[in-house]
Design a protein around this ligand. Structure first.
Ligand SMILES: *[C@@H]1O[C@H](CO)[C@@H](O)[C@H](O)[C@H]1NC(C)=O
Length: 177
């Protein structure tokens, strides 16, 4: 289940990049990374590493006392297989926890801002959105965070088939006192 979540057309266009072009990209990215050394990037093994290699993006960045993440879908972080129905929501929230910890954070307990992107048929579905709120209560029992809830027509640019939700957060990892 590692490859099928990505469309074959996309894969073939990625893999036909001229070698020289991709080498240049790597070199210039490396330089930029050194110039902004205050930003550290992390990703998880399995599907995170797969996305980094093939789609050229990273799951999480640490900037000073803040951690920001790429939108987390309800995919198995090892294989990329999407969970079904409401479990897709649960898995997306679990992936946020994993992602924050990989960047050296403590997970959801340090989150103060949440953005959810939900595919439009489900955005208007009360059962679905109540389950999103239940996950917020589960992972943030002591805090009512900032939340922007966005309904969208498509997610993941069609790269992961039929994704219904992505969760993006910002965490503050500095000391309280
Ligand atoms: C609302 O979402 C739930 C959970 O995914 C689903 O079982 C139900 O069929 C949906 N209702 C409608 C009207 O689409």
């Amino acid at each position: 289940m590692q490859i099928p979540v990505l469309t074959l057309t996309l894969l073939s266009s990625l893999f036909t990049l001229p070698v020289s072009a991709s080498t240049e990209n790597k070199a210039s990215l490396g330089t930029r990374h050194l110039k902004s050394s205050a930003v550290e990037f992390f990703t998880y093994d399995g599907f995170g590493q797969y996305q980094r290699d093939n789609l050229w993006y990273t799951q999480v960045a640490r900037v000073g006392d803040r951690i920001e993440i790429s939108g987390q879908g309800g995919w198995d972080p090892k294989t990329g297989a999407l969970k079904q129905d409401l479990e897709e929501i649960d898995q997306a929230f679990e992936n946020v926890e994993l992602t924050l910890r990989i960047a050296g954070g403590k997970g959801w307990s340090q989150v103060f801002k949440v953005i959810t992107y939900v595919q439009s048929p489900y955005f208007a579905n009360e059962t679905y959105m109540i389950h999103v709120v239940e996950n917020m209560k589960k992972w943030l029992p002591d805090v009512q965070p900032l939340w922007t809830a966005v309904g969208v027509t498509d997610l993941g640019a069609g790269l992961v088939a039929d994704m219904k939700i992505e969760v993006e957060v910002v965490a503050y990892i500095g000391d309280k006192h």
